[in-house]
Design a protein around this ligand. Structure first.
Ligand code: EPU
Length: 479
């Protein structure tokens, strides 16, 4: 069990009744008898109760070779901000509003996590008009059940707000996933530093405290979600909390900005030292999420592969500095404009070496996109993964499309080929799935990417938005 630094753990907790999750069906879902469920909004609506299993339509993206891309695409709100902003609502009873919320299945899962606790969550609109109204009651059921956490490990970010506001939380421990083993020890030991104690048994972690008390927390590694979680706990702790070696992602600064709107006192979010002065209570917020830098990068990478010129509207170039530098070294033009980022490319890219690092380094989430670009670039590149050991799995699929890639530990050696060759491939996670879709833009013949549900976790209507730029892509439901 990955509970380093949790010396206070003891056994003996029985799993209580799991909350039944309110749900509403969506047209991307199928019943177990194969018939379709109808719903007013597109996107992947997921169901989880004790009696019903999640049941997803088995959709694929089918691509034919595409010419250069042209036009404008708008970037949606950042998934990795929105999920934490949703959890932050637990810190104050009342009605919160979040704007710029994409219709993606991870948002649907987090909505169900909050509903399972007694919150009312209503999502309306799409793209830049997408928003959530979240009503948090005075008292919630502080449980994040296995059925939901298993679907989305980011659900762990409810732990901090629940401990801070209710002094108790029962959260299913996330297991391994497509990136390999992903522990939560930094989260738990930080909460222990703030005065919480934990019991772990039957796959759940049960946290308790009379009241969290501010402390100095030094993270071994600048973990993004651990920083979010600690920040959300510290805002209601007694006294001052300092997070050293904090993650610096723009989504953390976005979370801090919403918490500040709620009445929190935070200094240094977005730097590696965050100081939080605890307050007694917070009020509901009305907050607009920042644009998704990984989604923006996906459209820029699409231009790098297919060529053309696309305005990625809303993209914040200052959130993507290192990536844009790499893309320029590869021969792309990426020009910040008043509206976003103008990406253009012609001819072949040149190979460059890439190493993933915590922000502001090249994000691990960009890596599948970069490896796909390098697969058809002139020359040889070494790509090193420094965050997630298992994040090379999609490379087998790229090899099936003719890419010349060797992996050795956490390094990949990518030897560019002139074109890829269309094949049936499978998405194993959100970013790997997006990268395989992009590979289809420069593959001869037909590329058939199954596992669309992984892509739906993080991208709203990826096929339609690429198609509007001229990509030859359609979404197909398997019989
Ligand atoms: N780590 C630990 N113990 C912990 C927490 C993290 O050892 O308690 C390790 C991890 O195993 C990993 C490293 O620290 O080796 C960094 O992980 P981090 O905690 O920063 O990742 P995360 O917060 O779980 C977020 C994003 C990921 C993104 C990473 C890195 C969310 C919901 N997820 O994950 O996004 O890849 O940061 O930037 O914010 C995605 O959007 O598809 C995605 C996977």
């Amino acid at each position: 069990m990955a509970l380093g630094g949790t010396g206070g753990l003891r056994g003996g907790v029985a799993i209580g009744e799991l909350a039944v999750v309110a749900h509403r069906a969506d047209d991307s879902l199928r019943r177990t008898d194969g018939s379709r469920l109808r719903a007013p909004t597109a996107g992947c609506r997921l169901l989880a109760t004790r009696s019903r299993q999640y049941c997803l339509a088995v959709d694929r993206f089918v691509l034919h070779p595409s010419g250069p891309l042209h036009g404008t695409v708008c970037v949606n709100g950042a998934k990795n901000s929105v999920l934490k902003l949703m959890a932050a609502c637990l810190l104050a009873p009342g009605v919160h509003r979040l704007d710029n919320v994409p219709v993606i299945s991870d948002v649907a899962i987090m909505s169900d996590v909050l509903r399972a606790m007694g919150a009312k969550v209503v999502q309306e609109g799409r793209g830049a008009q997408g928003h959530l109204q979240i009503t948090i009651p005075q008292d919630v059921t502080p449980i994040a059940p296995y059925e939901l956490v298993e679907k989305m490990r980011a659900s762990i970010v409810v732990l901090g707000p629940l401990l801070a506001r209710y002094g108790t939380a029962r959260v299913s421990m996330p297991g391994g996933d497509d990136f390999g083993y992903r522990p939560i020890d930094f989260h738990l030991s930080a909460f222990e530093d703030l005065g919480a104690t934990f019991v772990a048994e039957h796959g759940y972690v049960d946290g308790h405290c009379d009241h969290l008390v501010g402390a100095r927390i030094v993270l071994q590694f600048p973990s993004h979600t651990a920083t979010d979680n600690i920040l959300m706990a510290a805002v209601l702790a007694k006294g001052t909390t300092v997070i050293e070696n904090a993650a610096r992602e723009p989504e953390i600064a976005d979370l801090a900005s919403m918490l500040t709107e709620m009445g929190a006192r935070i200094h240094g979010a977005g730097t590696s030292r965050i100081e939080v002065e605890g307050v007694d209570e917070l009020r509901p917020a009305d907050h607009r999420a920042i644009p998704d830098r990984v989604e923006a990068a996906t459209f820029v990478a699409a231009v790098g592969l297919a060529g053309g010129e696309v305005l990625v509207k809303g993209a914040r170039h200052e959130h993507m500095d290192m990536l844009l530098e790499k893309l320029r070294q590869m021969g792309m033009e990426c020009t910040p404009t008043d509206e976003g980022l103008l990406a253009s490319a012609e001819g072949h890219r040149h190979s460059v070496d890439v190493a993933t690092l915590p922000y502001p380094g090249v994000a691990t989430d960009y890596k599948p996109l970069l490896v796909t670009l390098l697969s058809v670039a002139d020359g040889v590149a070494i790509v090193s993964e420094n965050l997630f050991a298992g994040r090379f799995r999609y490379i087998d699929e790229l090899r099936r499309m003719g890419a010349k890639i060797k992996t050795e530990g956490h390094h990949a050696i990518v030897r560019g080929v002139p074109r890829l060759s269309g094949a049936r491939v499978r998405a194993s996670d959100i970013r790997a799935g997006a990268a395989l879709v992009l590979a289809g833009l420069v593959a001869d013949g037909v590329t058939d990417v199954s596992g669309a549900e992984h892509i739906d976790r993080g991208y709203e209507s990826l096929d339609q938005r690429l198609s509007a730029l001229g990509a030859n892509i359609e979404r197909v439901s398997s019989p």
